[in-house]
Design a protein around this ligand. Structure first.
Ligand SMILES: NC(=O)c1ccc[n+]([C@@H]2O[C@H](COP(=O)([O-])OP(=O)(O)OC[C@H]3O[C@@H](n4cnc5c(N)ncnc54)[C@H](OP(=O)(O)O)[C@@H]3O)[C@@H](O)[C@H]2O)c1
Length: 259
């Protein structure tokens, strides 16, 4: 197992990012944590310090490439990242009576999820390539495997992240940089609290964090958890489109407005 000593995690003020930060926190580990909510980000940082990690924090909106990119480069100069996890993300969906999301809500999700991931990873790549070392993890979703009718832009943003990560992985492996594409199903966080509808094979946050950590420690190319939900989504994608659409419509849900 590779010894990790310097780790960037975005979305560290809540859910998966906070869970991963606390899981990695240990003496000898330096964590660079990003989020937007200062109180929740500080709560994560404090819990990580209590476990013996050193922690630096930054409040940024990942939709804005600058000044976020300059901060990432400065942090990487100070303590070169062994691992960068782009976990920040948002979810939304269609309105009552299946009203489409509209430009603003749809674009916001693509900006935060897809562009936010790109804004996190791209500034670090030339530096990791120069070192011929580094590990990048992007967080996609099973929504990337077969679009969810009630969350079109989220599905598109996560499919974009998956394609971006797969492409980078092939490009960067010969240059000494590892890319892991994480494809989670449902797990329990404030994001899923707003999800009103079926959540098949839902995992606790702790179980999802442990599964992702295990995959990252093994530097796996793809980390798909749980496999059964992903297989179901892939099956719906392989069958005739109208059949798949009917099945996907059966999983009706609404996503309540975020905080
Ligand atoms: N929960 C699930 O079932 C599930 C399933 C598949 C994939 N995922 C993915 O897993 C990741 C984490 O989700 P979660 O469930 O942990 O959600 P969460 O509890 O709502 O946490 C989302 C995190 O992303 C940050 N964030 C959101 N928009 C941001 C922005 N524009 N700029 C900077 N930070 C931003 C939030 O920061 P603030 O709170 O400080 O604003 C928060 O730290 C997301 O990429 C999500 O799409 C989740």
């Amino acid at each position: 197992m590779t010894r990790i000593s310097s780790i960037l995690i975005t979305g560290a003020s809540s859910g998966l990012g906070a869970g991963l930060a606390k899981n990695y926190a240990a003496p000898g580990v330096h964590l660079v944590l990003a989020g937007r909510d200062s109180a929740r980000l500080e709560a994560t940082a404090s819990a990580c310090r209590d476990k013996g990690a050193s922690v630096a924090t930054g409040l940024f909106d990942v939709r804005e490439a600058e000044p976020f990119g300059a901060w990432l480069v400065a942090r990487d100069e100070a303590t070169p990242f062994d691992l960068a996890i782009a976990a920040a993300g948002v979810s939304a969906g269609t309105g009552d009576d299946d009203r489409p999301e509209g430009v603003d809500l749809a674009a916001m999700q693509v900006r935060a999820n897809l562009l936010g991931t790109i804004h996190t990873i791209e500034p670090l790549l030339p530096r990791m390539i120069a070192r011929k070392a580094g590990h990048v993890a992007v967080i996609s979703s099973t929504a990337a495997l077969r679009g969810l009718p009630y969350s079109p832009a989220y599905s598109a943003s996560k499919a974009g992240i998956r394609a971006y990560g797969e492409a980078l992985r092939a490009l960067l492996a010969p240059q000494g940089v590892t890319v892991s594409v994480v494809v989670p199903g449902f797990f329990d966080t404030p994001m899923t609290d707003r999800w009103k509808g079926p959540t098949p094979f839902m995992l606790s946050l702790d179980k999802m964090v442990a599964a992702i950590r295990k995959g990252l420690d093994a530097r796996r190319s793809r980390i798909i958890v749980p496999r059964l939900l992903a297989l179901g989504s892939q099956a719906a994608d392989l069958m005739p489109a109208a059949w798949g659409d009917r099945i996907m419509r059966g999983f009706r849900f609404r996503i309540e407005p975020g905080r």
